[in-house]
Design a protein around this ligand. Structure first.
Ligand code: ATP
Length: 539
């Protein structure tokens, strides 16, 4: 699937727009249009329902080590600045970036890709930010310019190895920057803090600086004690939160995949240290299955366990759930969700102060030059007392951390389909459709009177009103039925309901399935029951 087609459908049909588009847009920010907002809400609601409100705490869910409870939270975007100091984001939450002295542009070091090329005795690493399928054409064009050659001389360029990341090139003097004309204009990689800074209060100075949260997780940790003290949850239990997060990404790209403002759906699951490896495995598999159940196929969805050297210093295990987004080179996957075993790192950091590994490799409070804690913790006791076992401990944490926008994008990419099917007259017709899972589809059914006369609109509107009480349905009486079907297929509406000449005489209505095109008759009074049945998840 070509990404351009999906991007254009998203704009044309009101799924996604560039933020502030009339002013030329703002890089890394996206708005969800009338259909996009429904789709994203359905993604978030499916997550909340499946993980939180629909969870059965009375029985042992398949694959889980025991029963467990789930609860939710909604906390502020701006939090006490100390939160980010103790969490490690203030010191560590950075990417490496390179600046170009010639073009004045800034790039994320690991996202610049290039290829070694030689012409006679001159050698250069030519780079680009182009999409993978356009990379080689860019390399060639830029190399010709660099070596002062014409198009017909392309054959005299000698290519070395495959395209690769700039991070593999130690000597930047040999590099031609993505938008540069001369070699060696890129600066050495520098750290760049990804948190958006803001000032609290009208007279605020830099000392009053606060940050827009770069993740929702910390709000859960700092409320751990509140939740335990105010509700009856007992370990093992999880707290879920979804909401906006902000990261000043250096090179936002690939549609909404890497945005500067996005939504996360995170769970912090608190358990006894001894059982935490089992819970980690449970959550990893459970979250992978969630994407499968909502329509991402196994061949494009992978669960990738991190190697030991990739793990954060506190993590005993991390896995990424990754999808083969169409904008990535074949065989490459992009992260949808990370599931991490975080040990007691977070709760201890908020108790004791920011932790770091000491000389023996153990986590201890990081000290400054005066031997004092570099970032002081809250001093509050965030341990947990198990009144049955009569023991006190700091719970271990499993964190499934997902992105609502990335999940929405993956579902859209997977759903985009072009096929060729017979129209109502049996003639083959090219069709574009979104094969969205019915739970995610923005509109659940469209109701059409076959023609605008003979009482059909009135009968159709009656059915529409009855359905509308329960589902997001759409009424359309304009254009031919074929055109109306096509409009709904294109936005992923799973069912169309047509009221025809037989309806008035008790002949019922026609239901039509978006994917199979199967049609069947249903009694006019049974539409709500039929649609409920069709939309009820079977898993
Ligand atoms: P990446 O390596 O792609 O930057 P990450 O490992 O930093 O991602 P996490 O900090 O684990 O991401 O965040 C959890 C989830 O939040 C990600 O799996 C992703 O779905 C989402 N997410 C993170 N950054 C962005 C972003 N800039 N735009 C959209 N979603 C994001």
């Amino acid at each position: 699937m070509e990404m351009d087609k999906l991007v254009s459908l998203c704009k044309r049909r009101g799924f996604l727009f560039q933020s502030s588009e009339i002013y030329g847009g703002l890089n890394g920010f996206w708005d969800y249009g009338p259909l996009g907002v429904e789709l994203k809400r359905n993604v978030k609601e499916a997550w909340w329902r499946d993980m939180v409100t629909g969870h059965d705490e009375l029985s042992v869910v398949a694959g889980a080590p025991s029963e467990y409870e789930m609860t939710g939270l909604d906390c502020t975007i701006i939090m006490h600045p100390q939160v980010w100091k103790c969490s490690g984001h203030y010191d560590l939450f950075h990417d490496f970036m390179v600046d170009c002295r010639e073009s004045k542009k800034r790039y994320r070091h690991d996202q610049v890709r290039g290829r070694w090329v030689t012409f006679r005795d001159k050698r250069a690493f030519v780079t680009t930010m182009a999409e993978p399928d356009k990379e080689q054409a860019e390399f060639e064009q830029k190399s010709l310019k660099l070596f002062n050659l014409r198009g017909k001389d392309a054959g005299s360029l000698v290519w070395e190895g495959e395209a690769m990341s700039l991070t593999k090139v130690p000597n930047l003097a040999e590099v031609l920057g993505p938008d540069a004309k001369t070699l060696g204009t890129l600066t050495e990689p520098r750290e760049f803090n990804l948190m958006f800074k803001t000032i609290i209060g009208a007279l605020g100075s830099d000392e009053d600086a606060a940050f827009l949260r770069p993740e929702t997780a910390q709000g859960i940790f700092v409320n751990f004690k509140n939740v335990v003290d105010s509700s009856r949850v007992r370990i093992p239990f999880g707290i879920a939160q979804m909401g906006k997060s902000f990261r000043n990404e250096i090179t936002p790209r690939n549609f909404t995949f890497r945005s500067r403002e996005f939504e996360q759906m995170e769970i912090e699951f608190f358990c006894k240290p001894a059982s935490s490896p089992e819970w980690y495995k449970y959550w990893r598999d459970r979250r992978y299955q969630w994407y499968l159940d909502l329509g991402l196929p196994r061949e494009r969805l992978q669960l990738r366990d991190h190697h030991a050297d990739e793990l954060s210093h506190y993590s005993c295990g991390t896995a990424d759930i990754e999808y083969a987004f169409p904008f990535l080179p074949p065989g490459e996957f992009g992260e949808l969700e990370g599931v991490a075993h975080r040990g007691d790192f977070d709760l201890r950091s908020h108790m004791e102060g920011k932790l770091a590994k000491d000389a023996e490799g153990k986590l201890a409070v990081e000290l400054n030059a005066d031997g004092k804690p570099k970032h002081r913790g809250s001093g509050k006791d965030l341990s947990y007392f198990d009144d049955q076992a009569r023991e006190r401990f700091v719970p271990h944490v499993i964190e499934p951390s997902a992105g609502a926008d990335r999940a929405t994008l993956a579902f859209l990419c997977e759903a985009y389909t072009e096929d060729n099917v017979p129209d109502e007259n049996g003639k083959p017709r090219e069709r574009t459709l979104l094969k969205l899972h019915p739970r995610l589809a923005p509109i659940k059914a469209a109701v059409f009177p076959l023609v605008k006369k003979d009482g059909m609109p009135e009968a159709a509107q009656k059915i529409y009103r009855a359905l509308k009480k329960h589902f997001n349905v759409f009424y359309d009486e304009g254009a031919s039925v074929g055109k109306r079907y096509a409009r709904q297929d294109e936005v992923g509406t799973p069912y169309c309901i047509t009221i025809d000449g037989e309806t008035a005489g008790g002949g019922g209505v026609t239901f039509r399935d978006r994917d199979s095109l199967k049609q069947w008759r249903v009694g006019a009074d049974d539409c709500v029951a039929e649609l409920s049945k069709l939309l009820t998840p079977t898993t």
